[in-house]
Design a protein around this ligand. Structure first.
Ligand SMILES: Cc1cc2nc3c(=O)[nH]c(=O)nc-3n(C[C@H](O)[C@H](O)[C@H](O)COP(=O)(O)OP(=O)(O)OC[C@H]3O[C@@H](n4cnc5c(N)ncnc54)[C@H](O)[C@@H]3O)c2cc1C
Length: 398
């Protein structure tokens, strides 16, 4: 296991910093929100900027436009992105469906679907969950029936993040009802403008619209859009979930948020002394930092482990579980710390202000929304309870 970086790696990080200084104007950097709520236009602009540099699908194999970087370089790159406050990009194409397409798709599908992901011009969404089929995903009921050279899809997906922005959806559908649940699922790629698709918004606890219900009524999908073999979709779905879970831990983003929390804890406000002077708050902060350091070491171990090894798979489970719990702890402490100033945006103007210490309040808008929406981190991509079940069976052999 390696905890320090080589001079070459340090040089790489400084080159990335220099590029970010130039490519990312101040007004596009985020400074306050604990979990960023992306804006579609900014997301597309930044994706395309990274793509022009060859850094959007950086983790893909080089034959599909990847950088060929070492894992340490990927780690450093992510850290620099976080430090710079770079806007987020959508992982539905780059992290999730892209690797499924180049691993299991045919040549025609690669030609048709990969370029829009590689150049950051097309957005995807994930049609997995249904009412009643979340943790028990294999029970999904959305039906696809083959009729000639089309499938006809009927059913409903739910919690579909960014479906209202997406150009396409990757969808798990039931193609056989006669066999064991996992053996009758197929993986379809569907254009969102196909007749019969209806997207209805779900406004989440932060008062914002990220999520949707997606209804399919007699939606005709060409058979060419089937990934791999019919009824083998569960294999591709699990492959995708592995990538999704590893990406959710994101220790470098959490480090960035903790560093910001420390700055805020040292600020004096008009109604209190710096919170760092409060012994119980300081103790919580120290405990949180210790846990984060342990997470970073675990991440470094997983970076050092051979990709396909049992260690890499084993470590991805606590990484998702501990990583998302830490994200929530830090967001909660931010909200406690800023008091009034963390109230939702419409209350911003009512927050007490003092000309002497504007910095704390300038950082505050959006923190409450982020804290509330951040509760979802231990749910999406597989709940904490489900991660613990898998750890118990797979790692502890219970
Ligand atoms: C913000 C957000 C964004 C999302 N985005 C998407 C998306 O883009 N696309 C998509 O397809 N899905 C998305 N999801 C859905 C997400 O994948 C599901 O919410 C998740 O899998 C849990 O399923 P569920 O909500 O049906 O909860 P349930 O499965 O009903 O679980 C309810 C509770 O029971 C517990 N539980 C369930 N089974 C067990 C068990 N065997 N042992 C112990 N405890 C158990 C769970 O841990 C949970 O606490 C999103 C969810 C959220 C919150």
């Amino acid at each position: 296991m390696k905890l320090s970086h080589t001079p070459e790696e340090e040089k790489f990080a400084s080159e990335v910093r220099a590029w970010l200084d130039e490519a990312l104007p101040e007004d596009k950097r985020h400074t306050y929100s604990a979990l960023e709520h992306s804006d579609k236009e900014v997301m597309l602009w930044w994706s395309q900027k990274l793509a022009e540099k060859g850094w959007l699908v950086r983790h893909w194999p080089t034959e599909y436009g990847g950088t060929g970087w070492t894992l340490a370089q990927h780690h450093l790159f992510n850290k620099e992105l976080q430090s710079a406050g770079a806007p987020s990009t959508s992982g539905f194409g780059t992290v999730m469906v892209g690797p499924v397409i180049y691993t299991f798709g045919n040549e025609e599908q690669k030609k048709r679907f990969l370029p829009g992901i590689q150049n950051g011009t097309e957005l995807w969404c994930q049609g997995y969950s249904e009412p009643g089929s979340g943790s028990d995903l294999a029970s999904l009921k959305t039906r696809a029936v083959r009729e000639g050279d089309h499938y006809v899809v009927n059913g409903q997906k739910i919690w579909t993040t960014q479906a209202h922005w997406a150009d396409r959806i990757f969808c798990l559908v039931r193609t056989n009802t006669e066999v064991k649940a996992q053996e009758g699922i197929s993986f379809l790629l569907i254009d969102m403008d196909t007749p019969g698709i209806e997207v209805r918004p779900i406004v989440s606890i932060d008062g914002l619209h990220h999520l949707n219900e997606v209804y399919f009524t007699d939606v005709k999908v060409p058979v060419e859009n089937l990934i791999g073999e019919e009824n083998k979709g569960w294999t591709y779905a699990k492959f995708l979930l592995g990538n999704e879970r590893t990406a959710t831990a994101n220790a470098s983003a959490t480090r960035q948020r903790l560093e910001r929390l420390k700055v805020m804890a040292k600020s004096k406000t008009s109604f209190s002394d710096p919170m760092i002077e409060d012994a119980s708050f300081a103790k919580r902060l120290a405990e949180t930092e210790t846990k984060l350091t342990a997470l970073e070491i675990t991440e470094a171990r997983s970076i050092d482990a051979d990709d396909a090894s049992f260690d890499a798979v084993k470590l991805s489970l606590p990484l998702k579980y501990l990583g998302t719990n830490l994200q929530q702890e830090i967001a909660e402490m931010c909200v406690e710390l800023v008091g009034y100033a963390g109230l939702p945006r419409e209350f911003e103007d009512a927050a007490p202000r003092s000309t002497n210490e504007p910095s704390l309040f300038e950082k505050a808008p959006g923190l409450m929304e982020s804290h509330l929406f951040g509760r979802a981190a231990t749910i999406y991509g597989g709940t904490s309870e489900v991660q613990k079940n898998i750890m118990a069976k797979m790692v502890l052999q219970l």
